[in-house]
Design a protein around this ligand. Sequence first.
Ligand code: E4P
Length: 217
Amino acid sequence: MKFFADTADVDAIRELNELGLVDGVTTNPSLVKKSGRDIIEVTREICSFIDGPVSAEVIATEAEAMIAEGRKLAGIAPNIAVKVPLTLDGLKACKVLTDEGKMVNVTLCFSANQALLAAKAGATFISPFIGRLDDMGIDGMDLIAEIRQIYDNYGFETQILAASIRSVNHAKAAALIGADVMTAPPSVITAMAGHPLTDKGLAAFLKDAAEAGLKIL
Ligand code: E4P
C-alpha cells in the first residue's frame, strides 16, 4: 500500500519523508488555503523533493477551463497528478488530460457508480472520501470494498486512493480491503506507530538497562 501525505504543509511533508513514509502527496484548495501559500509556488516546492505523484486540484468547474488549469498544473513538474472533481465536466477533463499522458486523480467520489465512471474515463487515481461518508453515518469502508470488487471484476487499472482518512482504524481497514493507496494527514500516519505495550515494554527495558549499567557507545 502506498502512503500519500494529505497536506500542503511543506515542513510536515519533509518530516514524514525523512521517515520514508511518503510515496506521494495530495492537496486540495482547502489544504492550500490552510498553508497560506500560493498554489503554484507551494506545489512547485513539494515537487522539488517528492518524486511520487503530487495531486494538485483544479478550481474551474467547466471542462475546457479544467483542462486549461490541468495543463498549467501539470507543467509544474512531471509527477503532478491533476485533481478533478467527479462531475461530468470533471470526467471529460479526465479523459482529455489522460489522453495527453498526464496523471489524473478524480476526487470527491462518494459512490461505486462514480468510481466506475472515473475508471472508464481513464483516471490514474479515484479518491473515495471515507471520513466524509462516516460523518453522515454511512460506513465509508463499504465504498472502498465495493470499488475494489468492481475494479477487480473488470481489470480496471485505476488505483483506489482511500481519502478523507481520519484515524488509524481507517488506515488499517483500507489496507485490509486492498486500497492501492491511502492519503492521510501526517499526524494519522505517525500515529500508526504508537502502541501502549510498545511504550510499556520500552520503559521496562530502559529501566533494566539503567539498573544493570549497560553501555553500548
Ligand atoms: C484528499 O485527496 C482529500 O482532499 C482529503 O483526504 C479530504 O479529507 P477531509 O475530508 O478530511 O477534508
